[in-house]
Ligand binder design. Sequence first.
Ligand code: PLP
Length: 442
Amino acid sequence: MTLDIADLAQLDRAHIIHPYLPGSATERVVMISGSGCRLTDSQGRGYLDATGGLWLAQVGHGRTELADVAHAQMAKLEYFTSFWEFSNERAIELATRLASLAPAPLSHVYFTSGGSEGNEAAIKMARYYHHRRGESSRTWILARSKAYHGIGYGGGSATGFPLYHEGFAPMMPHVSHLTPPWPYRTELYGDQPLSPEQVTDFLIRELEERIAEIGPGNIAAMIGEPIMGVGGMLVPPADYWPRVREVLDRHGILLIFDEVVTAYGRVGEWFAAQYFGVTPDIIVTAKGITSGYVPLGALLVGDHVAEVLLRDHGFPMGYTYNGHPVATAVATANLDLIEREGLLARATGLGAFLHAELEAQLGELPVVGEIRSVGMMLAVELVRDRATRAPLPLHPERMPHDVIRRETGVIVRDSAHSLVLSPPLIMTEAEAREVATALRGV
Ligand code: PLP
């Protein structure tokens, strides 16, 4: 069946259940092709991608090198049965590569098909690890408000937005949410403005109190995005993660970094763990591992955890698509591109350039409270009043990202009263300037 390109949007409405927006939502843009940071829709309109798809298009769109690798692997061996009895050379190749990139001692890899599956696996791993070591009482998971850990019942319960829980009750029990690190919003921590170090003091005190309330012997793990993405690119004070790690270590609680957004160059390192100088017990990754060319996720697991999981009868949790040969082949080729094109250094350099452009073009606007960034994760905080930092009220039918896309063709996202940007790491300086100019105009 060949569809008429003019009918696509109407057929989309008739047959597809899209997440989040109602069926009556404005007609969706139907994207047809992409190259570099540019996209073209079914009406022939052009766009500039300042979100890297959904925070993942590290190497940009339309990379035929990756298509060639997928084609070659499909022609050779597309897939073969259970990953518990069998393995394949592409998965072994990628796992070996990831082990060499990850901080020691994270040299074991568990493959999934995406970030939500990854967080389910990480939470189950943490509980199972303690269970196998004779501490079955360790069932609680510590998370933070404003966290996003996907839409499963495990990771979804750790997600810290009521929107994702409403109507789905009961969510997974034994999850406790802490206050997020968001130094700009000092009202979260009391009446007095605090320095970043004082924000950390507050959060560490809260963490210690929560652990005492639940009982350290009842807690399996804390899960957190090193920089909170969906929450609005919230960058913690530099001493936050080292101090959290120290507290968790003292109580035998595992630390899971959800690096679904932050890994593979986005913050100028392979992993944000390296940026913050903290080694968690498990790192959950997905998205940028293939730059979105095929679905894949990978957990990097500490040897001390893997050793327990691999004992006796092993870790009883498998997916049909663990270690899919085509996905892992594309991931290795994607990592090759990131390395060959120097995209880690580029994320740092271009991120600083884009930050400076945003500062120059938007910094003085009365609705801009703060511009923050790490590498190629950037946010422009929108406020009604710069002095009080009161958030800018947003009209659901005139969300800034919609207006910006319609009026300028630049694709950004809004998140918790901020505009968030995470462009492909290959963006040019001219394109970065175009993004800042478009935001200013709107
Ligand atoms: N974790 C984080 C930090 C994310 O940002 C996302 C998705 O945006 C997920 C997990 C879920 O990943 P997926 O949508 O691949 O299931």
